[in-house]
Design a protein around this ligand. Structure first.
Ligand code: ADP
Length: 399
């Protein structure tokens, strides 16, 4: 079975074509600047070199058509006929309370997705557009939706409700949903395989530290709490997002700086975090470099980043009443040796001891705690696309 995995953003689209017999990636690529000028597609077929195709790409229809053309191309294509694509798996950001698992897309699911637009106004519309375009370009090919929020639907009310009048949960669905669920699910299962322990019995904290970042507590294979909330803004300090803050800061700043709700939304989502505190960049590599050259604001930004992750680890160990393993994943978690060391410093009381030599690793699966560390710490590269392809195969095989 061949599965095309699509991740449609508002101005970009990432894809991977999997051969599910051996889970190999036949081709992958991305379309950039959809609906803007200078748009292009970058396509990487298997072992062959990358090709870049520049074109006017006004919408997702054209973008997906170009992906299909690239997959079928005489020279850089990897399939001979469109019928070789047996199924399409879509990453969908917000499934709201309607979806606790991946689902086969049908009319009812589409209605539920449309109803969730209000919860993810930037993310869900391009996801929906991608599904509709595939229905047109590949009629009859089954499509599956895999939700960023689904894994966290196991949280109990005490973890997902906010302390505001209950009627706003009922009226608007204001609650914690959590995101990055596909990644937290993948690395938490994988760490149990590596440790040889049953997923159903393990207490795990997964730290997905990328440009967007979140921590999740997984008890017995179920997400019991996660740091992102109603939107991805809550929790850790991120590349450009503030994470947790006193909500009273919002009206205070709006008054002082004469800001509209849209201004404050933009400030907290796009201009805060590592970028806002350091004044240098949202990219942790740039901030790390400036910090090592003595830039104090860059140092503060990294200290806040590490401190927040540490606080969540402590909180979630308490929430679960124990801890077997901590996993680091995504761009920063997989690659930043100093960030991992900074986060774990002082957690020896929890039974967590980092081995500095083992920690000297980037971008590959590795145990980084000492042999006598009660809590095992691992680096595990995430692979959300593979999870989407696996879920898609599983659902489509049952049809
Ligand atoms: P997202 O998918 O949320 O955009 P990523 O998971 O790609 O984010 O992570 C991006 C972050 O990872 C950036 O802050 C970047 O600096 C960091 N990162 C990527 N590679 C490295 C590396 N080799 N060393 C340190 N940080 C890295």
């Amino acid at each position: 079975m061949k599965v095309l995995v699509l991740n449609c953003g508002s101005s970009s689209l990432k894809y991977q074509l999997f051969n599910m017999e051996d889970e190999t990636v036949l081709a992958k690529g991305l379309v950039q600047r959809i609906g803007i000028d200078n748009s292009y597609l970058e396509h990487k077929p298997g072992d062959k070199p990358k090709v870049k195709i520049e074109a006017e790409i006004p919408d997702h229809h054209k973008a997906i058509q170009m992906v299909i053309d690239a997959l079928l191309h005489d020279e850089h294509g990897v399939i001979k006929d469109m019928s070789e694509i047996n199924a399409v798996g879509h990453r969908v950001v917000h499934g709201g309370e309607a979806f606790a698992d991946s689902v086969l897309i049908n009319e009812e699911v589409m209605r539920a997705l449309e109803a969730n637009i209000e919860l993810a106004p930037l993310h869900n519309p391009p996801n929906i557009a991608g599904i509709k375009v595939c229905e047109k370009l590949m009629p009859g090919v089954p499509q599956v939706g895999v939700f960023d929020t689904a894994f966290h639907q196991t949280m109990k009310p005490h973890a997902y409700l906010y302390g505001i009048p209950y009627e706003y949960y009922e009226k608007y669905g204001i609650r914690r949903y959590g995101f990055h669920g596909t990644s937290h699910r993948y690395v938490s299962k994988r760490v149990c395989e590596l440790m040889g322990i049953p997923y159903e019995k393990a207490k795990i904290i997964t730290c997905h530290l990328g440009n967007g970042a979140s921590v999740t507590a997984i008890d017995g294979g179920k997400s019991v709490d996660t740091s992102m909330g109603f939107t991805p803004l809550e929790g850790l300090l991120m590349g450009t997002r503030s994470g947790d803050l006193d909500p009273a800061i919002i009206p205070f700043l709006m008054n002082k700086e004469n800001m509209t709700p849209a201004d404050i939304d933009n400030l907290l989502n796009k201009k805060s975090g590592l970028l806002g505190v350091s004044g240098i960049s949202n990219d942790s590599r740039d901030v790390e470099e400036a910090a090592s050259n003595g830039n104090e604001r860059a140092q503060r930004a990294l200290e806040i980043f590490n401190y927040r992750v540490k606080k969540y680890i402590g909180a979630y160990a308490a929430a679960m009443g124990g801890l077997d393993a901590i996993v680091f994943t995504a761009g920063i978690g997989e690659n930043s040796i100093s960030t991992r060391a900074g986060i774990l410093e002082g957690l020896e009381f929890l039974g967590c001891k980092l081995d500095p030599e083992r920690n000297n690793v980037r971008g590959k699966e590795a145990l980084i705690s000492t042999d006598d560390s009660k809590v095992k710490v691992y680096v595990i590269p995430t692979n959300e696309e593979l999870v989407i392809a696996r879920d898609t195969k599983e659902i489509v095989e049952k049809l």
